[in-house]
Design a protein around this ligand. Structure first.
Ligand code: 15L
Length: 292
C-alpha cells in the first residue's frame, strides 16, 4: 500500500479527503494545527514555512497531496509565508527526498478574473483574482519548473469549493463533492502517465464554467452535479454584487480578505499564516462588500 502525505490535513478539504481515502493508502498527515489521527493515519505537526519541517514530513512517502497553506484572500504576510515560502519548501523537499509525484491544490482563484460567461479549459492564460490567486499561480509555476527541470510528476488541481453540498449561487458552478475529490486525487496518485497536468477540481455541475476535458482524458468521471441543490440554494441567495457577480472568483475579485475557515487555534499556535485572516479586518471587508 502506498504512503501518501497530505499537508494541511486538518483543513476542510483535508478532512474530507482523509475520510474518503481511509483504507486505500497509509496516510501521513501534517498540519501546523493539531490533529487527532484516526486508525491507519500518522500525524506529524509541521510548519511548512520551515524547510526542516518540510524535509521531515516528505521523507519516505510515495506521493504528496499538498493542500497546506493560507486558503483564502488575505494579508500578504500570511500568504507569503504559507503559500510562497511553504509551497516552495514542499516542492524542494520532495525533490531532495526523491519523492517523484506531487498533487498540488491550486484553486479556481488562479483564473478567477475570467468572466462567468466564459467557459475556460486547462490551457487558458492565468487570471488570478487576488494575492491568494497569485500565490496559487506561483505554485503552478513551481510545478511546471519541477516537472521540466527535475522530472517530477506534477498534478495541479484547480479546486472549486469542496463541501458536502453547494453553499451559494457561485458555488453551484464550482462545487466539488468529497467523493469526486477523492476520485480526482486517486487519479493524480495512480495514473501511470502524469508529467505535468492541470485539471479542474469540480464535480459534473450543469452550471460549470470549466471545460474539464483534461481531467476526463485522464479518466475522471465525476458522480455529482450541484443542480439537484439549485432550487434550494437560489432561494436562499443574498443580494448580489456588481463586480463579484461578473467574475468566476466572486468576492475575491473585490475584497481584501475573506474570513479564514481554518484559523490557527488561539493557544499554543506557532506564528503562522492562518492567524491573521481570522481577525476583524477580514470580516469588515466582507461586511463592507455586502453593503455595497
Ligand atoms: C478556494 O480556493 C478556497 O481555498 C476555499 O476556501 C473557497 O473559498 C474556494 O476557493 C471558493 O472559491 O469557494
Amino acid at each position: 500500500m502506498k504512503t501518501i502525505l497530505i499537508t494541511g490535513a486538518s483543513g476542510d478539504v483535508g478532512t474530507h479527503l482523509r475520510r474518503e481515502l481511509a483504507g486505500k493508502y497509509h496516510l501521513r498527515l501534517s498540519d501546523v494545527r493539531p490533529l487527532k489521527p484516526a486508525k491507519g493515519e500518522k500525524f506529524a505537526r509541521a510548519d511548512i514555512s520551515n524547510m526542516a519541517d518540510a524535509m521531515r514530513i516528505t521523507r519516505g512517502v510515495d506521493a504528496i497531496v499538498h493542500l497546506g497553506g493560507y486558503s483564502v484572500e488575505g494579508p500578504w504576510e500570511g500568504i507569503l509565508s504559507a503559500n510562497i515560502i511553504g509551497c516552495y519548501n514542499v516542492f524542494e523537499a520532495a525533490r531532495r527526498n526523491k519523492v517523484k509525484r506531487i498533487l498540488f491544490a491550486t484553486s479556481n482563484h488562479a483564473v478567477g478574473f475570467y468572466p462567468r460567461k466564459k467557459i475556460i479549459d486547462h490551457r487558458v492564460a492565468i487570471k488570478p483574482d487576488g494575492r491568494y490567486g497569485v500565490s496559487k499561480v506561483f505554485g503552478e509555476a513551481l510545478g511546471s519548473l519541477y516537472a521540466d527541470k527535475y522530472g517530477m510528476q506534477v498534478f495541479l488541481m484547480r479546486i472549486g469549493n469542496v463541501n458536502p453540498a453547494p453553499i451559494d449561487k457561485r458555488r453551484l458552478s464550482i462545487w466539488f463533492s468529497p467523493r469526486d475529490l477523492a476520485q480526482l486525487v486517486s487519479i493524480g496518485i495512480e495514473h501511470p502517465d502524469i508529467r505535468f497536468e492541470i485539471v479542474y477540481g469540480v464535480s459534473a455541475n450543469k452550471r460549470s464554467w470549466y471545460d474539464n476535458s483534461n481531467a476526463r482524458r485522464l479518466g475522471y468521471r465525476p458522480q455529482d452535479d450541484s443542480e439537484i441543490y439549485a432550487r434550494e440554494v437560489l432561494a436562499k441567495e443574498g443580494p448580489g454584487h456588481a463586480i463579484g457577480d461578473l467574475y468566476q472568483g466572486g468576492a475575491f475579485t473585490h475584497v481584501e480578505a475573506v474570513p479564514n475557515p481554518a484559523p490557527l487555534p488561539k493557544s499554543g499556535a506557532k506564528k503562522g499564516p492562518a492567524k491573521k485572516a481570522a481577525g476583524s479586518p477580514a470580516k469588515t471587508a466582507v461586511k463592507k462588500a455586502k453593503k455595497k
